[in-house]
Design a protein around this ligand. Sequence first.
Ligand code: FMN
Length: 168
Amino acid sequence: MPDMPSITASAFTSALSQAANGVSVVTTSHNEQDAGLTVSSMCSVCADPALLLICVNLDNEFCELVDKSGSFAVNILPSSCVDLATIFAGLGDNPEASRFDSGDWTRLTTGSPILSNALVALDCQLNSSLIKGTHRVFFGDVVDIRTTSGEPLLYTDRRFAVVQPVPL
Ligand SMILES: Cc1cc2nc3c(=O)[nH]c(=O)nc-3n(C[C@H](O)[C@H](O)[C@H](O)COP(=O)(O)O)c2cc1C
């Protein structure tokens, strides 16, 4: 078999930066300790049973806490939540402050933090996980859903963006 050309990490990330993704803050909680981070890797796996996945860097404390809690929540952000997305990406003005000092948080079934004004909040029981390279892929069984109305926050070309419908 001929050798495959190797793709560098920077070529890969640069290519995928052209994709447009929704932005979510994923959270978990165990023994009154909360953890959360901004992700764009959330996607649906199947609808019946309701199953989704997220990919999280192995270095993030979220991974260890999900192992303990057995659950996590996905908060799909509205376009008004750029500041929150920045804070939960560790890029806020005050990195020492608790990320959860920003935003209004509640809980549903699993106890994972739910953002009151999330466009959609999906509360999940951990189904299983896989390690792939630098990341863990967490599969979650959706056990509760809360929705509000609004426009989603997007991330494309390494910046936040909003939906502009195409006129037909
Ligand atoms: C728009 C956007 C999407 C991101 N998506 C992911 C993701 O899918 N998985 C991930 O592990 N990190 C993702 N990150 C980076 C994490 O948010 C960031 O590394 C993390 O919050 C740093 O946490 P720490 O300071 O606690 O290590 C994303 C960041 C941004 C701004």
